[in-house]
Design a protein around this ligand. Structure first.
Ligand code: PMP
Ligand code: GLN
Length: 394
């Protein structure tokens, strides 16, 4: 069939979406299914998440109302979020005025951009960037200004910020820890960025969905905690990552009340609310003791080390991974570019991965490939075994 027959006439669609391909995650997961490949592409664990959190959701399905919860989120969850961030990050949040529940971090991001960006406003983006950011910025009429972070360290530098910040800067969108490069920004990078936000009166939207998934005794530093940032930061979190339940799509937004007021206006017409039993279960989960969070990190760090060691042993150059579910390898010399490499390994070796160039809009980075290590040892070992053929053949 003519593929054009499936398309609505271009003039009826918004060009940002009319011209957008399917996400790289969906495309690679489909290829993985088609080729019966081990899927180390799209970021999801192969476990079921914590039994007690799932049991809490099942119980709540019977015991709490299944009608519309309050637009801002169940009071029990908003209190649990405030208590959680006080305990883990020392943030003092008013659960009634400064916390809102969303249907995943994705909704929170879309809502924040809709609420804050006016057509023509400049939005600073750091690439590599999560794939949703740029289309959402463009759809709001914002003008993207890119800071290209360079492998292997992906640090934020003053000179790069000086090039993109101006009086027109309205919003800065940062992901920390950073997917896909697995970088954790600390006080140096964040202090620089905070200085520019203050100087140019910009609002920072900080996507911190990976805040609990950081390794080697690192501590997450929320941008909101830096001097002068409390009133100008929108902090975004996601239960999907905290509890390894990526399908749940329970997100949260924290911001000072004047910002929250406008964020809630966008949220009320995006999804308005989020399934109440999942909210109740996330409230239960957020108050789990430190041992859960430490155990989750330790398990994932062990998986990271196992995959990194396996990939290094067979011949890959593995870049450091300080957090997230991901590590990246350098494929320069193994293929013309990362996309060609990923297509080849899924078809010929039965392993799916993600080409990191999908996270860049202008930077010429085409030699890195991302693997997800949030998998069982058996899955990781089998993937390494399959990939070893690449080097044997060469
Ligand atoms: N931001 C980043 C950086 C992510 O990696 C993801 C998902 N992995 C999301 C947002 C989306 O989170 P959610 O599933 O809660 O919408
Ligand atoms: N965030 C996930 C990743 O980086 C994918 C999410 C999605 O598929 N929309 O792999």
């Amino acid at each position: 069939m003519d593929p054009a027959a499936n398309r609505i006439p271009a003039h009826t669609a918004h060009p940002v979406f009319a011209e957008l391909p399917e996400t790289v995650f969906e495309a690679m997961s489909r290829l993985a299914r088609q080729h019966s490949a081990i899927n180390l592409g799209q970021g999801f664990p192969d476990g079921q998440g914590p039994d007690d959190v799932r049991a809490a959701a099942a119980r709540a399905l019977e015991s709490v109302s299944n009608q519309y919860p309050p637009m801002m989120g169940l009071p029990s969850l908003r209190s649990a979020i405030a208590a959680h961030y006080w305990h883990h990050q020392g943030l003092d949040l008013d659960p009634e005025r400064e916390v809102m529940v969303t249907s995943g971090a994705t909704e929170a991001l879309a809502g924040a951009l809709m609420a804050l960006v006016r057509p023509g406003d400049e939005v600073v983006l750091f690439e590599p960037m999560y794939d949703a950011y740029l289309p959402l910025v463009r759809r709001t009429g914002g003008v993207p200004r890119f800071v290209t972070l360079q492998p292997p360290h992906f640090r934020i530098e003053a000179a790069a910020l000086a090039e993109v910040f101006s009086e027109r800067t309205r919003v800065v969108l940062l992901n920390n820890p950073l997917n896909p490069s697995a970088t954790v920004f600390g006080s140096d990078d964040l202090g620089l960025l905070a200085g520019f936000c203050r100087r140019f009166d910009a609002v920072a939207v900080c996507d911190e969905v990976w805040e609990h998934v950081i390794f080697d005794e690192r501590r997450h530093l929320p941008l909101m905690a830096l001097p002068g940032m409390r009133e100008r930061t929108v902090k975004i979190g996601s239960a999907g990552k905290i509890f390894s339940l990526t399908g749940w799509k329970v997100g949260f937004v924290m911001a000072a009340q004047p910002l929250m007021r406008v964020l809630s206006r966008a949220h009320q017409f995006l999804t308005f609310t989020t399934p109440p039993n999942l909210q109740e279960a996330v409230a239960y989960g957020l108050s789990k003791d430190d041992a859960y969070f430490e155990g989750m990190r330790a398990d994932l760090a062990r998986s990271r080390d196992r995959l990194a060691a396996g990939l290094s042993r067979i011949g890959f150059t593995v870049l450091p991974s300080a957090g997230t579910y991901f590590l990246t390898v350098d494929v320069a010399g193994l293929a013309d570019d990362d996309v060609t490499f990923c297509e080849r390994i899924v078809r010929e070796h039965g392993v799916a991965a993600i080409p990191v160039s999908a996270f860049y809009a202008q930077g010429n980075v085409r030699h890195l490939v991302r693997f997800c290590f949030a998998k069982t040892d058996a899955t990781l070992d089998a993937a390494v075994e399959r990939l070893a053929e690449l080097f044997r053949a060469g």
